[in-house]
Write a protein that binds this ligand. Sequence first.
Ligand code: PHE
Length: 486
Amino acid sequence: MELTLNEKRLLVVLGTMGSADAAVLAEKMDTRREAVVQYANLAGDRGLVDVEKHVARRYVPTEEGRAYMGKGLPERQVLESFEESIPMRDLQGHPLAKIAIGWMRKKGWIAITGGVVTKTGKTAPGPDEAAFARLAESGEIADGEIADGEGVADLAKRGLVEEEETVAYTVSITARGRELLSQGLDLREEAGTLTREQILSGEWKSLPLRRYDVTKLPKRAYPGKTHPYQRIIDEMRRILFDMGFEEMSGGIVQSSFWNFDALFQPQDHPAREMQDTFFLGERRPLPKGYERVRDMHEHGGETSSTGWGGTWSAEKAEQCVLRTHTTGLSIQHLTQHPNPPVKAFCIGRVYRREAIDPTHLAEFEQLEGIVMDEDVNLRHLLGFLKEFYAKMGFEKVRFRPGYFPYTEPSVEPEVYVDGLGWVELGGSGIFRQEVTEPLGIEHPVLAWGLGISRVAMLRLGLRDLRHLYRSDIEWIRETPVYGGRR
Ligand code: PHE
């Protein structure tokens, strides 16, 4: 039988004490109680000691309970604050009146007539006060210490005391343990690592070596790592860089002009409500040349379009919003970079007034992309989307016709997910002339906006979108760095 040095040391201590509480043993062995319990369990498996576990319950005061300590329960304190009787109105001035009056009545200590509170004379302390006094004296009440326990239960119900569980261990040496001890134990320190000298000199052969159980799993280590969702976002950025896109960025607060008007979303049309919006009090001045956008809305500007008709309001366009999509960034980027070719993307958070459920949140991320060049067409758009999804691990992609006020044609890409079927992942299309013409963009623009939290959810095998935003450390630890790949 190969004992660890710690088990041997435990046996030596128990040799003189016979039996002792683990906490006492810990002190004697200059270690923690948990360590002693661990050694004792090892030695217990070998039949050298007995380990007995005792669970004890005790009651300790809560924060509120501590506040009354030494002064008595609130009803007692208030009762003693007046002589025979007192007007209710005066009594209510006592800081504890709110709690105390109900209890004084319930206990039959007072009668209230005509707005006057009078003592009944039956104000002897009950079992709860006895228990409370006991508590004040020793700071705790051990289980079974108070004969009927009733008073303690009352205090617990009122939230003045709470139950606490303590676990104690008694370790005793067995006859077998004694026998082994009498044979003498090698108490030399075990060698965990060998030095060069010990190896060269051959001294290692006579050293007591620490035994290792090579079948035991080591304790798991959790190194710091990037959040699974952030990792997927990083992966998407890398894919787009690989595909030759540059990154664009912009603020979360946008004027309605860039979020809606520049995208030919009518001001008084349900389409504007289509994305239920968080409007802000702030206003932003309109950019130079906004009149061309206004004219387009009102009558189609210089194109053959008829526009939306009606009067376009500059005031409405100045109103700021939390961006409802990242398409407003795309159009600003194009306005600043009107010369082809332009290939740009951004990944950013957007905001909508959604009712929150497992697949809808009021904030989520979109991946926005644009390609502007001479003669690009729908086939290029479908090709870009297909390639992006393929690189993300979604092999089967299909496109359905869709509608957006700013694109024509509009298509909604869907990917096939085993077990779920076809999942819609966003919108795309080619910007309408009504969008590009007023801003001086002369070549076709392919555009898309994809909901990426959904993609991440599918990749990570989650059923609830909210999980992506929770600080669930267990989940983050257990999600493998290269996992989640379909
Ligand atoms: N902005 C659209 C949305 O929020 C997506 C989209 C982007 C559609 C670009 C067409 C072109 O869903």
